[in-house]
Design a binder for this molecule. Structure first.
Ligand SMILES: [Zn+2]
Length: 335
């Protein structure tokens, strides 16, 4: 897809496609229409259409045929499944892409983030939301009705299978749980043991963090139960494989990302292994991209609606820098 994530290339491809299309359809049509008019005029004047008449037309006829054949050959050469750009460049895609491109130009964002936004814009535009809107709506409707029907049942089910009252006073990576509340240290300047990310486990060897990605085990249990039920409901959601973010990585994010995007080093719950970043997918397998919301990205809608049943929350949904993907345990206390 990203082979076309470039405004000049996309614009050029669009106009090339348009030009080839015109060369193969409108130009020959106009030519033959004019030829027909000439013939009709001759007949009206009762003139005989001689071989000479056709000889006069030969040159222009050859030019038209040449243009047609060349355009057709070029079109066939470009119109391959692997040539994503040529396949998808149309006025709608170009319009959407330009709109986002202009909007991003004014913003102070890292190039990588801008590129991701633009790529997601392409994916969404190519899948044309106006075409799939009806499908999405019925899916949301189904979701709502099934949620109403099954919520009470599944609430009971989850209480049985998922213990949200965990208690374990063993401080692993400085985190412990009591009655389902996650306790983590208050950052004290200069006291490194209170900084998040300073004692991230060496995945997955540290006790309490011995799951595939090195999350806090209690958080991991909640998270995987949540993801499992999402999948069972037909929604694809994945979580970050980075279970515990080191202080060093957090510092890197803080220094390289836009202010407000990454927490100040030492504070992030990622460094205690009790936060994760999720990726949400459409039913066609594409990740929900820029401009997504709970309706046009039903898997995310489901996640936001159901997280609390698993003792989880999305605390940054209304933050100044909205992070609709960032998930944490509901109950947390600094000690
Ligand atoms: Zn996060």
């Amino acid at each position: 897809m990203f082979t076309c994530n470039n405004l000049s290339l996309l614009t050029f491809t669009y106009y090339l496609k348009l030009f080839l299309g015109i060369s193969m359809t409108i130009i020959p049509l106009i030519y033959f229409e004019k030829l027909l008019i000439k013939i009709i005029k001759c007949k009206e004047k009762k003139e005989k259409i001689t071989i000479n008449f056709f000889k006069q037309q030969t040159k222009s006829f050859m030019v038209i045929i040449m243009v047609f054949v060349l355009a057709l050959a070029l079109h066939n050469g470009l119109n391959k499944k692997t040539n994503v750009c040529y396949n998808y460049a149309n006025s709608y895609v170009l319009k959407e892409y330009k709109k986002v491109y202009k909007m991003l130009n004014k913003k102070d964002l890292a190039d990588e983030i801008k590129n991701n936004y633009l790529e997601n814009t392409l994916i969404i535009a190519v899948n044309n939301p106006t075409k799939s809107e009806n499908k999405e709506l019925t899916k949301v409707e189904k979701l709502i009705s099934s949620a109403i029907n099954s919520e009470e049942n599944s609430k009971e089910e989850n209480k049985d299978t998922l213990n949200l009252q965990e208690t374990d006073y063993n401080k692993q990576n400085n985190v412990y749980v009591e009655n389902g509340v996650f306790y983590y240290p208050q950052l004290i300047n200069g006291n490194w043991s209170t900084y998040s990310g300073t004692s991230c486990p060496n995945n997955p060897s540290l006790e309490g963090y011995n799951n595939p990605y090195g999350y806090n085990n209690y958080f991991y249990t909640r998270l995987t139960a949540f993801i499992k039920e999402a999948n069972a409901n037909g929604f694809t959601i994945t979580f970050s494989t980075q279970g515990c973010r080191t202080y060093h990585t957090q510092t890197y994010y803080y220094n390289t990302m836009t202010r407000g995007r990454a927490a100040y080093p030492g504070y992030s719950l990622h460094g205690f292994g009790i936060a994760s970043d999720l990726e949400f997918y459409q039913s066609n397998g594409y990740a929900c991209g820029y401009g997504r919301n709970d309706s046009n990205c039903p898997s995310m809608g489901w996640a936001h609606q159901n997280a609390s049943r698993f003792g989880l929350t999305f605390p940054l949904l209304n933050a100044s820098y909205k992070e609709d993907w960032h998930i944490e345990p509901i109950n947390k206390v600094k000690y």
